[in-house]
Ligand binder design. Structure first.
Ligand code: ADP
Ligand code: 3PG
Ligand code: MG
Length: 401
């Protein structure tokens, strides 16, 4: 069912609009400095639309997983993020140091039409992760309208700002809509799920089979071929009885991997970059066939790159999740880079999702040439798996005439 969007709202002049965004940006874990601001950039069109329409915009987000004590977790305050938002929006952005309370209420009261106020990290309040109804009511009292623009958080079923807050708004008869980013994410994923130009090629890598079993199962039901890379390769190879040397694989997933292979759609790498130890300075070689003892797989090999490049070039739609190797280390990044470039060069509808995968695509400078790079990790995987997300159930349906 289509959801109501910003365009379905009554005139916004002077209205207090609560916008839940996902500004949980990639950051330096020691200092909190922003490493990649794409989740902030992605919300700018919605925020600009609202300020241009004369709304009083209240921005809410979580950042990281703080324990709840702002003094201890000062790096997770939203000051830096609010400053970055101000640069991107080009209008003054105010920031308060609390999530709710008299100081916040006063700041909202003095917020002028077209103004933007950022609340403190929602996860500094113990009510956020408990889906607490009282906390949600305090947030609801600050606004006249609720906008969900936090695609990356839509899979969380117990975050008060995603669930209990829109429920409190509903109880008061206040509108609940999605923003432009969520609308765009859903449109492309709905196309992927319902009517993808064929052949539909999935590219799947990353850390573990166990993280993604349901995702792999639903992909297999839809794709024509599923190209495998990354660390999960070795679990599949082992399940086939192949030698994986010292590569890490998941003993407890061998049965699952064997069952998935029965689909006949899974394509495994035919050659591998292997290293003699898990370090960038390791000795490496390319091997075809079994991986020798004493060596571990760290990337797909050049023949596999060629084969995957061709499959991607011939596809009508490509959906990619999970790096092809240990791409954070330059010597092991070639497979991931080649796949990123193959997507960028392809005429297919190209879709990328997943935290690390999106970072890789940005790092290699090809994000602009890919049709859609999702801002979701878990949310992307969950939506592809099930076609629904708990937070979206709280948004009003658009009634078709
Ligand atoms: P995403 O966040 O895009 O869904 P994952 O979280 O599943 O992706 O996996 C990403 C991680 O997997 C990366 O940090 C990458 O270094 C790691 N990885 C992929 N292949 C290998 C490999 N062969 N050896 C070690 N790490 C790997
Ligand atoms: C994400 O990055 O996946 C979202 O921002 C949700 O964050 P969380 O995994 O800490 O709930
Ligand atoms: Mg990840």
């Amino acid at each position: 069912m289509a959801k109501k969007t910003l365009k379905d709202l009554p005139p916004l002049q002077g209205k207090r609009v609560l916008v839940r965004v996902d500004f949980n940006v990639a950051h330096d874990p020691k200092t909190g400095a922003i490493v990649n601001d794409r989740r902030i950039r992605a919300a700018v069109p919605t925020l600009k639309y609202l300020t241009d329409a004369g709304a009083r915009v209240i921005v809410m987000s979580h950042f990281g997983r703080p324990e709840g004590d702002p003094a201890k977790d000062a790096i997770y305050r939203l000051d830096r993020i609010a400053a970055r938002l101000q640069e991107l929006l080009g209008v003054r952005v105010r920031k308060v140091d609390e999530v709710v309370g008299p100081g916040v209420t006063a700041a909202v009261e003095t917020l002028l039409p077209g103004g933007v106020l950022v609340l403190e990290n929602l996860r500094f309040h113990p009510g956020e992760k408990k889906n607490d109804a009282y906390f949600a009511q305090c947030l609801a009292d600050l606004g006249d309208i609720y906008v969900n623009e936090a695609f990356g958080t839509c899979h969380n079923a117990k975050d008060a700002s995603m669930i209990a807050l829109p429920q409190a708004m509903a109880a008061a008869g206040k509108p609940r809509v999605i923003g432009f980013l969520v609308e765009k994410e859903l449109a492309i994923l709905d196309q992927l799920l319902s009517a993808p130009p064929r052949p539909l090629v999935g590219v799947l890598g990353g850390a573990k089979v166990s993280d993604k079993i349901k995702f792999i199962e639903s992909l297999l039901a839809k794709v024509d071929r599923l190209l495998i890379g990354g660390a999960m390769t070795y679990t599949f190879l082992k399940a086939q009885g192949g030698g994986v040397g010292n590569s890490r694989f998941e003993h407890d997933q061998l049965d699952v991997a064997g069952r998935l292979l029965e689909s006949g759609k899974i394509v495994l790498p035919t050659d591998h970059v292997v290293a003699d130890r898990p370090e960038a300075s390791a000795a490496t070689q390319v091997v075809e066939g079994p991986i020798p003892d004493g060596w571990l797989g760290v990337d797909i090999g050049p023949k596999t790159i060629e084969q995957y490049r061709r499959a991607i070039a011939e596809a009508g739609t490509v959906v990619w999740n999970g790096p092809m190797g240990w791409f954070e280390l330059e010597p092991f990044s070639h497979g991931t880079r080649a796949v990123a470039e193959a997507l960028a060069a392809s005429k297919a509808v190209t879709i990328v999702g997943g935290g690390e995968t999106a970072e890789a695509v940005e790092a290699f400078g090809v994000a602009d040439r890919i049709k859609h790079v999702s801002t979701g990790g878990g949310a992307f995987l969950n939506y592809v798996e099930s076609g629904r997300l708990p937070a979206l159930d709280q948004i009003e349906d658009r009634k078709t005439p």
